[in-house]
Design a protein around this ligand. Sequence first.
Ligand SMILES: [Zn+2]
Length: 291
Amino acid sequence: MKFLAKFLILNILFFSVINLSTKEFDEKFSFSLLKEQCSFGPRVPGTESHERCVQLIVELLKNYVDSVYVQTFKRKVSYSKQKIEFKNIVGILNPEKEENIMFFSHYDSRPFSNIKNRAIDGANDGASSTALLLGLAKFFKENDFKERIDFVFFDAEDGGRINHPDEWFLGSKYFAKNYKGKIPKMAILLDMIGDSDLNIKREINSQIVNTKLYDKIFKTAKKLNKKNFVDKLGFYIEDDHIPLNEKGFRCVDLIDIEYKYWHTVDDTPDKCSSKSLKDVAEVIIETVYDR
Ligand SMILES: [Zn+2]
């Protein structure tokens, strides 16, 4: 009896120490950022809403990483009369260490939609993954993560059209082309992961390029009982990981393309949930710690 009491006390102490040292992913914070981005209006490159989003990402990153820089490039696109200055944003935790883990998201929203002359808010398509990456930056900072993580926010992912196929993935193409660092051990792209009815399947190109990392992620999701990761082969999707993988990143894409409001003006925050952000974040966090 005495022994049992002692054991229980030790156990309580042990768990409270763990709880003190491990801060959880802040889903409320992350979801508030999804909504804040949308409150600016569509984040179409060259607009004030877009610039406000750049400022938001840069200012928040300064709290959670050690180095922040904006990579700019100018070009003319079909949806603007003048050249636009595009901006990729990079935040690095522990930049003195060797490249190790990289997370990617696009933050721009699509200039076109199902309604003529109206851009989309892109709550799921753009804002959700951006909010998640910022939430991850906060998480790893608060947990005093010692390795290097690069958080990369791409501009101009979503400006392509049938007649302008060269206008997709402008940010990631520029980033990949000019990348001089080492290829990280783990590269994960996030896109459209905020849907409240979330079903992430294996995207075919990612499956081909890095089966091992996908296996690890889906196994982790199963271990954590995250039902929104469906361990089946889904679609072949062209996304920002394509230019990265041409450079050798072996990046996998976590994406749920089966979203009713995709590329419509109805892609708004009410279709998204903080639980989806939390579930994806927890799978990523466990994948990182359990390597
Ligand atoms: Zn899109």
